[in-house]
Structures are given as structure tokens and as C-alpha cells.
Design a protein around this ligand. Structure first.
Ligand code: DGL
Length: 281
């Protein structure tokens, strides 16, 4: 393992909000010595109902900000941002970048027995076709079935993990997968791993793939091959809106208290040549 100043730079993780803390958590467990900056764009969440160009603009702005601050590798923890913006970020920035889609798919392809794979995600993720296209390009014999499950995000953020209403909504979303006889479902949204246990109880015949753990393993491999390991376990949490309301959500996702959440301003990092958000209706 190299020990250069560049190696002690943090891993940058960003998400539309706090859901990406599921990915943060998995990375923290897999790479305990690494320094990590987590940026949650809570001022503009949800991304899952926004158009791909707008999400790309946000992703560009946040990536520019994190690079200026100093990171050695970027994790796009948000599935919607990964589905719409990963290629665009890779074309525009030269640091190593990983999204959450490929690691989740790899895991699903190892898991499925009957080659029928389901995707649960936000509306923008499902409509982007990113999962469907990538799966087909990796194994054209796989049948892919995708369903948007937007109601699960607010239920998780309310902390309603194991409530009757949450079970009802989950049952409704999983019913088509049972009809299609899917044996593996990728949890294609940051929030859904929080509901994995309830889903397993509601659909015992289906295996649910938590992409967060797969991302952490993928990142460790990537950093090892590029000799990027190193750090002393520091953490920095940044939000684009005032943090007061978010302390309890951080506790829900991380199962511990976090005190050092800071507000950041991103205005100076707009993508050149794109419409300023001020012009939007
Ligand atoms: N982080 C988003 C995702 O994984 C979910 C919340 C949102 O819609 O912004 O797609």
C-alpha cells in the first residue's frame, strides 16, 4: 500500500439527500481507515422525479465542488444520478468514479437462478433504462422487469420501516414481480436497503440485492488496483440545506449520532454553458 499525501485525500460520496448514507455505511464498514466526505443535496432532493439533464447539471456541480475541495475517488451513491449522469461525469472529470448500478447488477447476475431479474427504483432511474440496457449488454439471456417505487422514499425518511402502511405499499410494488416469477430484485434506490428485511418477509421467494455492499466491495478493489488506499478514518458530512432537521435522519440511517454536519453552498460550481436554475419556471 502506498502512503502518499494524495492517498490520504478522502473518498467523496454524494447523493441527492440522506439515502446515500446506506452506501456511506457500507463503505465505512469495508474501508474503516479511509477518510470520507459525504455530500447530501437535500436542498434539491428528490432527484428521482427530475429530468435527466437537470440531474446531470446537479451532478456536475457537486462533482466540481468535491474535486476542488480535494478527493481521490468519487462515489455517485444516488441511483438516479448514476443512471442519468455517470457517463457524463466520466467524460468531464479525470478522477476514478464509481456509480451504484454496475456493482448491483454484477451481484444480481451471480444471484439469479432463473434469469429473471427485477429492478425497483425511482421513476427517473427506471425510465432512463440504464439498468435494463446494462444487464442486457452483460447477459442478453436475462429477462429484466422494472417498476418504479417512489412511495418508499418518503416512508423511509419518516422512519416508517416496519409499519402496516409500509408493508401494504411494499406488497403492492412486489406483486408484479411475483407474477413475472422474478427470483432476484435489485434495490435500485438508496433508501430501499432500509426496507430489505420487510421485503424479504413479504416475498420470501425473491432475493433482494443491496447494491450498497456491492459498491463498497467494488470500491475497495478499484482503490487497491490503483494504489489509492490510505487515511485515518476521518469523516465530513456536508448538506446543501441547513442541517438542523437532518440529525435524526442521520441517526436512523447510521444507527449512531453524527454532530459535525455542515452547510455548503454550490453556486460557484455550475456547469458552463448550461441553463442557470434561475431560468427554470
Ligand atoms: N437517492 C435517490 C436514488 O437513489 C432517491 C431519492 C431521490 O429521489 O432523490 O435514486
Amino acid at each position: 500500500m502506498k502512503d502518499s499525501p494524495a492517498n490520504s485525500l478522502p473518498i467523496g460520496i454524494f447523493d441527492s439527500g440522506v439515502g446515500g448514507l446506506t452506501v456511506f455505511q457500507a463503505i465505512r464498514k469495508t474501508l474503516p481507515e479511509e477518510n470520507i466526505i459525504y455530500l447530501g443535496d437535500v436542498a434539491r432532493v428528490p432527484y428521482g422525479v427530475k429530468s435527466p439533464p437537470l440531474v446531470r447539471q446537479y451532478a456536475y456541480q457537486i462533482t466540481s465542488y468535491l474535486i476542488k475541495k480535494g478527493i481521490k475517488v468519487l462515489v455517485v451513491a444516488c441511483n438516479t444520478a448514476s443512471a442519468t449522469s455517470l457517463k457524463f461525469l466520466e467524460q468531464n472529470f479525470s478522477l476514478p468514479i464509481t456509480g451504484v448500478i454496475l456493482p448491483g447488477i454484477k451481484e444480481a447476475l451471480l444471484t439469479t437462478r432463473n434469469k429473471k431479474v427485477g429492478i425497483l427504483g425511482t421513476r427517473t432511474t427506471v425510465e432512463s433504462g440504464a439498468y435494463q440496457k446494462l444487464i442486457k449488454s452483460m447477459d442478453s439471456s436475462i429477462e429484466v422487469f422494472a417498476t418504479p417505487a417512489p412511495l418508499l422514499v418518503p416512508l423511509v425518511e419518516e422512519g416508517w420501516i416496519d409499519r402496516p402502511v409500509t408493508r401494504m405499499v411494499i406488497k403492492e410494488y412486489l406483486a408484479p414481480f411475483k407474477d413475472w416469477e422474478v427470483d432476484t430484485v435489485i434495490l435500485g434506490c438508496t433508501h430501499y436497503p432500509m426496507l430489505k428485511q420487510v421485503m424479504e418477509q413479504e416475498a420470501p421467494g425473491i432475493k433482494f440485492v443491496d447494491a450498497a455492499k456491492a459498491v463498497a466491495r467494488y470500491l475497495r478493489e478499484l482503490m487497491e488496483t490503483q494504489s489509492l488506499r490510505g487515511g485515518n478514518g476521518k469523516e465530513e458530512f456536508l448538506l446543501t440545506d441547513t442541517p438542523e432537521h437532518y440529525f435524526s435522519l442521520f441517526s436512523l440511517f447510521l444507527q449512531r449520532e453524527v454532530k459535525n454536519i455542515q452547510l455548503v453552498k454550490l453556486e460557484d460550481f455550475d456547469e458552463p454553458g448550461r441553463l442557470s436554475l434561475d431560468f427554470r419556471p
